[in-house]
Every structure is written in structure tokens, then in C-alpha cells.
Ligand binder design. Structure first.
Ligand code: ATP
Ligand code: MG
Length: 137
């Protein structure tokens, strides 16, 4: 059993497809172990995407991630980290495989509907960033 962090990003929340996205996870063997809707501050978003600080798209990414509410979840299941990334599809929706969340719901390489942790180590850090132990069930 693994746990990973998933974020439904502002573009997808604005489109009112939270339920459709969660259905993809549940249908494919992942469970929602924790969930909340919140608005990221610029400080939160900058800390969360710290690894991208030097990238040319960093400021736009922070603007976008703070442009509206997000839904943050802990997903649990066998190979949860890799399975979530597979269900999400490639970062750029133009390159995402048919049937993936990004192929079906993302707008662009930036407004790409979902985030998923990219390793077990980062999953643990990202989960701790958003959730207390008692919120994960
Ligand atoms: P995420 O970390 O959000 O799950 P990812 O791991 O597929 O996405 P990363 O390379 O970690 O992709 O990039 C983080 C986020 O930064 C992307 O999801 C996207 O919103 C934005 N991003 C990445 N590359 C670009 C780019 N070339 N132009 C604009 N935004 C980008
Ligand atoms: Mg990433």
C-alpha cells in the first residue's frame, strides 16, 4: 500500500469536474484517504513548487495555482504514486494518452487539471505539507 498526494487544480475546480476526476481514481483502485478544498496563498504555492523556482514559468505557475480554489487529496492504494501519474497523463495535455485525466480535462501545459507526487519520497513530504496525521483515514 502506498499513499500519494493529488491536487485538483484551479482550472478543473472552476469547470466543476471534481467528482468526475475523483471517479477516475476510485474506478482504478485508489481510495480517498483525506480530502479538503482550499485556496493556496502565494507563499503556499511557492513553497509547494519550490523545485521549479528557477524555471521561466515559475511566476505564471504561482499566479495560476492561486487563481482559485483547489482540492487536495491523499490517495491510497497499491502502487499509488505510479498509478496516479498514469491516470493523470503527460504534463502537456496535447501529449497525454487518450482517456487520461489531462487528455480529457486539461486546458494547457500550465492549466493541466491535476497534480500528482512524482516519487514516494516527495509524496510523503507533500502529504505532510497539507495534512495532519489525524486527517488521513
Ligand atoms: P505536477 O507537478 O503539477 O503534477 P508534472 O509533474 O507533470 O506536474 P512538472 O514538470 O512537475 O510537471 O511541472 C509542474 C507544473 O508546472 C505543471 O503541472 C504545469 O502546471 C507547470 N508547467 C510545467 N512545465 C511548464 C511549461 N513549460 N510552461 C508552463 N507551465 C509549465
Ligand atoms: Mg511535478
Amino acid at each position: 500500500m502506498e499513499r500519494t498526494l493529488s491536487i485538483i487544480k484551479p482550472d478543473a475546480v472552476a469547470k466543476n469536474v471534481i467528482g468526475k476526476i475523483i471517479d477516475r481514481f476510485e474506478t482504478n483502485g485508489l481510495r480517498v484517504a483525506a480530502i479538503k478544498k482550499l485556496q493556496l496563498s502565494r507563499d503556499d504555492a511557492a513553497k509547494f513548487y519550490e523545485v521549479h523556482r528557477e524555471r521561466p514559468f515559475f511566476n505564471d505557475l504561482i499566479d495560476y495555482m492561486t487563481s482559485g480554489p483547489v482540492v487536495v487529496m491523499v490517495l491510497e492504494g497499491e502502487n499509488a504514486v505510479a498509478k496516479n501519474r498514469e491516470l493523470m497523463g503527460a504534463t502537456d495535455p496535447k501529449e497525454a494518452a487518450p482517456g487520461t485525466i489531462r487528455a480529457d480535462f486539461a486546458e494547457s501545459i500550465e492549466a493541466n487539471a491535476v497534480h500528482g507526487s512524482d516519487s514516494l519520497e516527495n509524496a510523503q513530504k507533500e502529504i505532510a505539507f497539507f495534512f495532519a496525521q489525524r486527517e488521513i483515514l
